[in-house]
Design a protein around this ligand. Structure first.
Ligand SMILES: [Zn+2]
Length: 101
């Protein structure tokens, strides 16, 4: 493989590494870095999402977990933070156990 061939491959790669990523909230195009760093959001949406999301939420794998919301409530409760008793009850039921609470 000659150098020019290699260069072609490199430039192909450079062009194709960033197919169009779209923010899942505002559908603006975003970079791959933004997508991976901010959970498929652009920086703007990530920041506004952060403002809405309570700061206690650790970046666990809640995102792909259908019961992530429940675990989040349980974790918050376990962390000694105030949780609505109803929310806690639903969370416990959703997880199908007392889950150490
Ligand atoms: Zn966005």
């Amino acid at each position: 493989m000659g150098l020019s061939n290699f260069s072609n491959k490199v430039s192909d790669f450079t062009v194709s590494t960033d197919p169009v990523f779209k923010c899942r909230d505002c559908h603006a195009t975003a970079t791959r870095e933004e997508m991976s760093n901010y959970g498929c959001r652009c920086v703007r949406c990530y920041e506004s999402w952060c403002r809405q999301a309570p700061a206690y939420i650790p970046q666990k794998d809640y995102g792909t977990d259908p019961k992530g919301w429940a675990k989040r409530i349980i974790d918050k409760h376990n962390d000694g933070q105030r949780v609505s008793p109803i929310a806690l009850k639903f969370a416990q039921e959703a997880l199908g156990s007392r889950h150490g609470v």
